[in-house]
Design a protein around this ligand. Structure first.
Ligand code: NI
Length: 175
């Protein structure tokens, strides 16, 4: 297993619409293991494959951030099949460390995804889990949470990141 570098905004792979996984190969299994280790080490509650440079529809979610064994979900080719409600809550992203903003998301989201055994599963998430599902599925289609903010707020974050890049304090691909 390996802890992988988490790419940061505005790395171009974060804007890529990722390809679906056709088959669970040993490479996919290794990728998922590395992503789980990377997410837990961060620590974070979710990670999408393009955040570690692989433009495939693979994401992992663990609301316990590694505290409770067995809580980690592997989402392969996930898609939203149903959602309802809405609520505002602070949201952040491992690709934008240090930035959190209030983002409106559905209160309840039902997704369909394949697990690592290749079985199709239907998962229902509420509140934080629904937020994580939507956040990660967004990643797989090249969208970051800042795209849900007002253009003004988004510009402000972009400017802060550019400033930190110029100061050498923001690496798109940290070691
Ligand atoms: Ni994220």
């Amino acid at each position: 297993m390996a802890i992988l570098p988490i790419l940061r905004y505005p790395h171009e792979v974060l804007a890529v619409d990722s390809e679906p996984v056709r088959e669970i190969t040993p490479d996919i299994e290794r990728l998922v293991r590395d992503m789980i280790e990377t997410m837990h080490a961060a620590p974070g509650v979710g990670l999408a494959a393009n955040q570690v440079g692989v433009a495939l529809q693979v994401a992992v979610v663990d609301l316990s951030a590694g505290e409770k064994p067995g809580e980690t979900l592997v989402l392969i080719n996930p898609r939203v099949i149903e959602y309802s409600g809405g609520y505002l809550e602070d949201e952040g992203c491992l690709s934008l460390p240090g930035f959190t903003e209030r983002v409106s998301r559905p209160e309840r989201t039902v997704i369909e995804a394949m697990d690592l055994e290749g079985k199709r599963r239907v998962l229902e998430g509420r509140e934080l889990m629904a937020r994580a599902f939507n956040h990660e599925i967004d990643h797989l289609h090249g969208r970051l949470f800042i795209e849900h903010l007002s253009p003004l707020k988004r510009r402000l974050i972009k400017r802060k990141v550019q400033k930190r890049m110029r100061a050498g304090d923001w690496d798109l691909a940290p070691a």
